[in-house]
Design a protein around this ligand. Structure first.
Ligand SMILES: [Zn+2]
Length: 450
C-alpha cells in the first residue's frame, strides 16, 4: 500500500477503530492482584473476535504459565522469504481508583469538546491494540510480511511474558519488533522513542547499636542509624539534587531539548520549587542516571519517642541510561554505598532487581523506514525522544533475535494523554496517523527484502 491508499483506508476505518476502542475501554482489565479476573477474561474473548474479524484466523490465547493472564497471540505467514515482524501492545491497564480525580467514568469511552477520547487505557495501551487491529485489517489477513502478534495482558503488573520469551525464544524470533506503547512528545509531531532508561533497585540496611537507647542519656555519642542513613542517602546527590553516584554511565541527549515551562506544568511542580539537576532537560530525563529513595523503614511519626535509633532500612531505585550495562551499574551503586556509609556503620545491601535499559539501533534499516513512515503519515519531520519509563520486555525480545530492531511508537502523546493518571485520553487523529505509519512500514519492509 502507498501513502494515499493507507491514508484513505485509515480514515475510513476510524469509526470501527473508535467502536473497538469503546468496547475495550468498557472492560476494567486490571491485572493487578486483588482485582477480579472476569473483565480480563471478557476482554480476551472480545479481542479474539476482533482479530478474527480483521482476518487473523489463527489468533489464540497463549498460556504463559501458572497464575498468568494469557497473551493474545497469532502468527500470520507473509510471502515466501519476507521478514518477520512482531506487533506488540498490551490489553491490561492501570487501576482508576475513586478519588484519583476522574471527571468522567473511566470505563466509558467519552468524547469531550477538545475531540479527545477519555477513559482508562484509551491511550495506554488500548490505542496500541486498536492500531494493530486496524493495521492487520488493512491487509485483510494477507500482510506483506510475516506477522507475529503479541498482545500482552500483564504489562502494568508482575509480568510472566519475559520468562516465557526466554524459555521459548523461537516463538518470538523476528527481524523487527513494533511496540505500540509509547507516543509523540506533542500531538501531531511524529516521534520515535529511541531510548528507555532501565532501573536498578536495592534495599540498604544500616545498623549501629544493639537496641534503641534513651536519647537524653546516650544521644550525642551513641551512633544513630537513621541519621547515618540520611547522610548516606544524601551522598547520592549534589546540591542541585542531581544524582552523583561515581561510575554510573551518563551522556547528553543528542536531539532538541524540552520546554521547561511545559515540563513544570505536566509534572505539577509547585510555585517556587526548583527542578532537580541542571542543564539540558532532555538529558536529565532520558540520558543521565536518577536515584530515588522509594521507601524508608524508620519509626513512624505517630508515637515517636526520644530514642537513638538502632536500625534503618531504605529502598533505592536508580534509573540507568540507555546503552548501559545494568550489572556494571548495580556494582557502581553498591560500591558508592559502601564507600559512603558513615563512621563504620554496619551495612547490608540486598534484594536487588535489575531492568536493563534500551537504545534504538541508530541508522538501522527498519528504524530508518519507521522514521520515514512517521514523517509521511504525520506530514512533519520525525523526531526522536527518550522515555524515562522502562519496558523490560523490549530487550528480552531483541535478545531472541541477533541483529533485530525494535520500533517504539504509539498514540500516547506525552502532552495530554496523562497515562496512569486521572482523565487519561487519546487523540483519535494520533491513532489514525499511527495506523498509516504502520501500514507503510509493513508494506516497505515487505518490498525491501523480498
Ligand atoms: Zn503501556
Amino acid at each position: 500500500m502507498d501513502l494515499s491508499q493507507a491514508r484513505e483506508y485509515a480514515h475510513t476505518a476510524m469509526p470501527q477503530v473508535i467502536d473497538d476502542l469503546r468496547t475495550l475501554v468498557g472492560h476494567s482489565s486490571i491485572a493487578f492482584p486483588g482485582f477480579p479476573d472476569a473483565p480480563m477474561k471478557a476482554i480476551a474473548d472480545d479481542l479474539l473476535g476482533m482479530f478474527r474479524r480483521a482476518g487473523v484466523d489463527d489468533v489464540r490465547l497463549l498460556d504463559l504459565g501458572e497464575g498468568a493472564y494469557p497473551s493474545i497471540f497469532a502468527e500470520i505467514p507473509g510471502p515466501e522469504g519476507s521478514p518477520v515482524v512482531t506487533l506488540y501492545a498490551h490489553y491490561d491497564v492501570q487501576p482508576a481508583p475513586e478519588g484519583q480525580g476522574w471527571t468522567t467514568d473511566p470505563w466509558t469511552l467519552t468524547e469531550k469538546e477538545d475531540g479527545r477520547l477519555y477513559g482508562r487505557g484509551a491511550a495506554d495501551d488500548k490505542s496500541g491494540v486498536v492500531a494493530h487491529l486496524a493495521t492487520l485489517a488493512a491487509f485483510e489477513g494477507r500482510p506483506p510480511v510475516t506477522v507475529r502478534l503479541v498482545i500482552e495482558g500483564e504489562e502494568e503488573t508482575g509480568s510472566h511474558i519475559e520468562a516465557y520469551v526466554e524459555e521459548h525464544p523461537e516463538d518470538f524470533r523476528s527481524d523487527v519488533f513494533v511496540v505500540a506503547d509509547s507516543g509523540n512528545q506533542r500531538v501531531g509531531a511524529p516521534a520515535l522513542t529511541t531510548g528507555l532508561r532501565g532501573d536498578v533497585s536495592i534495599t540498604v540496611r544500616l545498623r549501629t547499636i544493639e537496641s534503641a537507647l534513651h536519647s537524653g542519656l546516650f544521644g550525642g555519642a551513641a551512633p544513630d542509624a537513621l541519621v547515618a542513613m540520611i547522610q548516606l542517602l544524601g551522598s547520592m546527590y549534589d546540591e542541585t539534587g542531581a544524582t552523583v553516584i561515581e561510575g554510573l554511565d551518563s551522556y547528553e541527549w543528542p536531539d532538541g531539548d524540552l520546554d521547561e515551562a511545559d515540563f513544570r506544568a505536566s509534572a505539577g511542580v509547585l510555585d517556587g520549587v526548583e527542578l532537580s539537576g541542571s542543564g539540558h532537560l532532555a538529558s536529565r530525563l532520558w540520558s543521565r542516571p536518577a536515584a530515588t529513595v522509594i521507601g524508608i523503614d524508620a519509626p513512624p511519626v505517630a508515637g515517636a519517642s526520644n530514642i537513638v535509633i538502632p536500625e534503618a532500612t531504605a529502598r533505592i531505585s536508580v534509573r540507568i541510561v540507555p546503552g548501559s550495562d545494568p550489572q556494571a551499574q548495580l556494582a557502581a551503586i553498591e560500591t558508592h554505598l559502601k564507600a559512603h556509609a558513615p563512621r563504620g556503620v554496619q551495612l547490608e545491601i540486598g534484594d536487588h532487581k535489575v531492568f536493563g535499559a534500551w537504545k534504538a539501533a541508530e541508522g538501522g534499516p527498519a528504524t530508518k523506514l519507521a522514521e520515514q513512515a512517521m514523517t509521511e503519515a504525520f506530514g512533519a519531520p520525525c523526531e526522536s525522544h527518550g522515555s524515562g519509563g522502562s519496558i523490560p520486555l523490549v530487550q528480552v525480545l531483541l535478545d531472541t533475535s541477533p541483529g533485530s530492531e525494535a520500533i517504539l511508537w504509539g498514540a500516547e502523546d506525552e502532552e495530554k494523554a496523562r497515562i496512569h493518571g486521572p482523565d487519561e485520553s487519546v487523540d483519535p487523529k494520533e491513532i489514525e496517523d499511527l495506523v498509516v505509519a504502520q501500514i507503510l512500514l509493513l508494506s516497505r519492509l515487505g518490498e525491501q527484502r523480498r
